[in-house]
Design a protein around this ligand. Structure first.
Ligand code: NAD
Length: 207
């Protein structure tokens, strides 16, 4: 099967979330119109995206919810749990470590690392904080290929470098600074302030 286009991959988690909600509500089939509507895309875009997964839908009958959910999970590599190392056990890190919703999406925070010696060995969600000196071993031993950066901006690049050297290939960066990574490693930045500013602008509430 040809690889999915990047734009389609970016929309897959949204389809997956809607399908999970439908499955939880007991639905066994969904029409492309309904799935498209709930996902905020056009039916054409949805059909094109899902055609990359094989022939799963039937005209007039729709898609089988569970089969489609499995196919998307497999395409995203989520049918086997993805281990994620979390760096930074502060306010944000603690909230993320305690979030139970990751597991439902095939993601598992397997370790929490922090530079503050006072935090080493303390609880962060269900995990115990490990010292920064152990970061390389933690990544190597867990086999984690994903990491979350929840450290101050000033520390982000240094931690990203350590993570990449240890084998991490994807970083979700919450720090308000751009981090550079070598080719083959991906970074996605989360900036809630920017999202809120965008909403304020769109709603005309800015100024
Ligand atoms: N993107 C967003 O929308 C968003 C929202 C909230 C916070 N943030 C950012 O997330 C980061 C964390 O925020 P917070 O409120 O949890 O801060 P915090 O100060 O509560 O926690 C930061 C933690 O990082 C640890 N740390 C510092 N240097 C480190 C290093 N080199 N290696 C490992 N750990 C290190 C500290 O010991 C501390 O426990 C900050 O950069 C903040 O600006 C972003």
């Amino acid at each position: 099967m040809t690889p999915l286009p990047q734009a389609a991959v970016a929309r897959m988690p949204v389809y997956l979330r809607v399908l999970s909600q439908l499955a939880a509500a007991g639905a066994s089939r969904v029409s492309s119109a309904q799935l498209a509507d709930s996902s905020g895309v056009s039916a054409d875009v949805l059909r094109r995206d899902l055609s990359g997964l094989g022939h799963l839908g039937q005209r007039g009958v729709g898609y089988p919810v569970e089969v489609l959910r499995q196919a998307i999970s497999q395409a995203l590599g989520l049918n086997q749990d993805q281990s994620v190392v979390l760096v930074g056990a502060g306010h944000l890190g603690t909230a993320l470590a305690g979030y139970t919703g990751f597991a439902e999406r095939g993601l598992r925070i397997c370790a929490v690392v922090d530079a503050d010696p006072a935090l080493a060995g303390t609880a962060c969600g269900p995990l115990s904080v490990q010292p920064l000196d152990d970061l390389t071993t933690v990544v190597e031993d867990s086999g984690a290929r994903l990491a979350i950066l929840a450290v101050p901006a000033a520390a982000a690049q240094k931690v990203a470098d350590l993570l990449v050297r240890a084998g991490v290939q994807g970083i979700l960066n919450f720090a308000a600074v751009e981090v550079s990574v070598p080719p083959g490693v991906s970074v996605r930045a989360v900036d809630l302030s920017a999202e809120l500013q965008l909403l304020a602008f769109r709603n005309g509430t800015a100024g």
